[in-house]
Design a protein around this ligand. Structure first.
Ligand code: ATP
Ligand code: MG
Ligand code: MG
Ligand code: MG
Length: 572
């Protein structure tokens, strides 16, 4: 590709509505352009990345035996009424009417559509197992579209659906997809983690999320650094809570020391209702106690009708003596801003109460929204290997880390993939059956597997950037190499060498762009650093006199001189 035949449109400043790095950089690099709330044009530079992501996904899905098809974006409401999701999904489901007044939806996902296909076209066990996928536009009327492609309303998803004759088959199909996802995210060149997940609204049993690790991620991940245990916060809490449920009351009495705050005390103290959903965590400092060691902090998951703002405005009775800890204070105590702080959205009614001084941050009582339902000895420490460690080795009545290793660390992630064992959730409602060997109809066992294709772009950038711009992993970079000639119009030698190298790279199958725009070097380099092309080759008269070209890797701080004849091999 020659830059003059392509479309490059970079900006010095990001638009004001761009809050996070990936959104800012994608806008500045001219990858996307906003058309409406949560709706973006994929500009030529951005589309190249999307296509590379799609190709890797497609290759690995095909390799894993899934079959590509394409289901429509607009789907009849009747299918969604059959499964009850027409009502259940609420305002996130985009509904439209045609000229006859008939109802349709714009697909947020395609379980109904694919189940409709298989209930008519799969008749016999001989046709199983089968796995269909498509890479298609999705629409979700997100309550808060934000962060550019990270949480758009219109976005691209790869969704796959497996059908098996029994649960054993489903588990095999699920494992095949799990392995394919692992290969896909490895090929992207991103640091990621698969975590156990709650199944949520979709129903069924058995589910994992794939997260790209990034501090800006919306989700908290809980994992054990010395074992395989990893779960998202919701699933971890669910396991931890159920593990301590039996006999928790007796255990608490046994280990509780006088003066420790109980959930009920805290709730009473704050006068908050106990029976509704957790909304946010509040970290407050008791200012009356003087001196570092004497400071008592309270970590509360506020629930019910109280919003953070209300607490800030001291509208909650009893909180008048407390102020919010400053970010600096939190960093001082925790060594970092704990991932577990900040607004969260969990259906699990849990709160955490700090009952010791800030100096050692040890031995919290963590309680759930039930009387006498606590962990003791939960430690938030900074001496442990990861930024924030929730050490629940001393948890009473069973160790909530399922593998018994017990030390859990928390990090933040961006959900880029999700695999589910759905079982018969959809085949039951939609009567999707096959005939077994005895000619008996049986319900199909279904799995579904999503990858947020366009979200990957945002996630990759959140993990790979610097103050100059994006640093794409080569596998998904818009171009692998940029050739930057210095004074191509003035120097015959530069022009000749540039054309020669460009042709050789194309011949070798390298995805190369030749910057023939005639920009000044500073502006030219700034553009490519912003866009994030991993390899840059600079061709100039000075180097050529010594038979050398200049190579700069996107993460390099200095250029490397490479003999002209070796450059091709050097960038491969
Ligand atoms: P989230 O928790 O972020 O809302 P989800 O759990 O609702 O995502 P799924 O239904 O599991 O999403 O969809 C599969 C994948 O689609 C997700 O793992 C994510 O990568 C992607 N995805 C979901 N919603 C969006 C969105 N609004 N914009 C971009 N990608 C999305
Ligand atoms: Mg969602
Ligand atoms: Mg999710
Ligand atoms: Mg999900």
């Amino acid at each position: 590709m020659r830059a003059t035949r392509f479309f490059i449109s970079t900006l010095k400043e990001a638009p004001a509505d761009a809050e996070i790095v990936s959104h800012k950089l994608m806008m500045r690099a001219g990858m996307i352009k906003r058309l409406g709330s949560g709706i973006y044009n994929y500009m030529p530079m951005g589309l190249r990345v999307i296509r590379k992501v799609e190709n890797i996904v497609r290759e690995e899905m095909n390799r894993a035996g899934a079959i590509e098809m394409l289901m429509p974006v607009v789907q009849p409401a009747e299918l969604w009424q059959e499964t009850g999701r027409w009502d259940k999904m609420g305002p996130e489901l985009m509904r439209v009417k045609d000229r006859h007044g008939r109802d349709y939806i714009i697909q947020p996902t395609s379980e109904e559509a694919i189940t409709d296909v298989v209930r008519s076209d799969i008749r016999s066990y001989r046709q199983l197992p089968v796995n269909f996928y498509h890479i298609q536009t999705k629409f979700r009327d997100e309550r808060r579209p934000r962060f550019g492609l990270m949480r758009g309303r219109e976005f691209t998803m790869k969704d796959a659906y497996s059908f098996d004759r029994d649960v054993d088959g489903l588990k095999k199909s699920y494992q095949i997809m799990f392995d394919a996802y692992t290969r896909i995210f490895q090929r992207f060149g991103l640091q990621f983690r698969a975590v156990a997940a709650d199944n949520g609204a979709i129903g069924g049993s058995g589910s994992h999320e794939f997260h790209v690790i990034a501090e800006t991620g919306e989700d908290a991940l809980v994992y054990c650094p010395i074992s395989d245990y990893a779960a998202n916060m919701e699933a971890a809490e669910a396991v931890a809570l159920s593990a301590t449920r039996p006999g928790a009351s007796a255990a608490l009495t046994k280990t509780a020391t006088p003066g420790k705050a109980k959930c009920e005390d805290v709730a009473a103290f704050l006068n908050i209702p106990l029976q509704s959903t957790v909304k946010s965590i509040v970290l407050a400092v008791d200012d009356e106690e003087k001196g570092e060691a004497g400071k008592q902090i309270w970590l509360l998951l506020l629930r019910g009708d109280h919003e953070l703002n209300e607490v800030k405005a001291n509208k909650i009775p009893g909180l008048a003596n407390y102020r919010f800890a400053t970010e600096a204070e939190i960093v001082e105590w925790f060594g970092t801003l704990p991932g577990y702080l900040g607004p969260i959205n969990t259906k699990k009614p849990v709160h955490i109460v700090a009952d010791r001084t800030v100096a050692n941050m040890a031995d919290f009582v963590c309680g759930a929204n039930e009387a006498d339902f606590h962990f003791t000895g939960a430690n938030w420490g900074r001496d442990l290997p990861e930024p924030l460690v929730l050490d629940i080795r001393n948890v009473v009545d069973g160790d909530p880390s399922p593998d018994g290793k017990g030390v859990l660390a928390i990090q933040r992630g961006i959900e880029v993939g999700h695999v589910f064992q759905l079982g018969t959730r959809y085949s039951q409602d939609m009567k999707a059956t096959f005939l077994d060997e005895n000619g008996k109809p049986q319900l199909l066992q279904m799995g579904c597997y999503g990858i947020g294709v366009t979200r990957i772009l945002g996630a990759a950038i959140e993990q790979n950037f610097d103050d100059k711009g994006i640093i794409w992993p080569t596998a998904i970079a818009p171009f692998e190499v940029v050739i930057c000639p210095m004074g191509m119009d003035r120097s015959e030698a530069v022009k000749a060498e540039t054309e020669k190298l460009y042709a050789a790279m194309l011949e070798a199958g390298i995805d190369v762009i030749l910057d023939d725009r005639g920009e000044r070097p500073g502006a030219m380099f700034a553009d490519w650093e912003l866009i994030g092309v991993p390899h840059r080759v600079v061709i100039g008269d000075r180097g050529l006199k010594e038979g050398k070209l200049e190579y700069v890797g996107r993460r390099d701080t200095e250029a490397t001189n490479v003999p002209v004849a070796e450059m091709l091999a050097f960038v491969q």
